[in-house]
Ligand binder design. Sequence first.
Ligand code: C5P
Ligand code: MG
Length: 166
Amino acid sequence: MIAPHSPLFRIGQGWDNHRIEHGRPLILGGIQIPSEFGLAGHSDADVLFHSVTDAVLGALALGDIGMHFPDSAPEWKGAASVQFFQHALQLAREQGYFLSNIDATIILEKPKLKDFRQQIRENLAQAAGLPLTSVSVKFKTAEKVGPVGEGLSCEAQAVVLLARNT
Ligand code: C5P
Ligand code: MG
């Protein structure tokens, strides 16, 4: 029999990708970015919140966002993705863990996002209950290569560290 395992730290990684779609808002980290297009998705298609949610679920080895919030469920249509993240954090708390820090990257060819870095970080920090100094959000283009580079989609990657309460 394997002994109960409750390590001091748990690391998690998340990745997501959404198709670009005209006539939709571009919402990243809960912030609406001025843009000619948005992202396709069942919820608000917030690729950043989806990747950090998957990172937290991954740290806990509790599956992925689609397992907890199926995109076939009518109640999640147009949903604000911050609630998926907060659900994952609740699961962490129930297991005696708190979020230590977030490091995320959004890969999008355009528009430029750097003017919104502070707003996105503040919103993510507030949702996470973390100080700003523990929330990093980076932006990259894909240098015009591949689906992201050709302006067909937007990707996000995230790493989180959970620490045990006691
Ligand atoms: O992808 P690349 O290294 O050329 O990006 C250069 C800088 O442009 C990044 O460091 C980032 O600050 C910014 N950027 C941005 N919005 C994007 C992509 C990149 O603000 N959509
Ligand atoms: Mg998603």
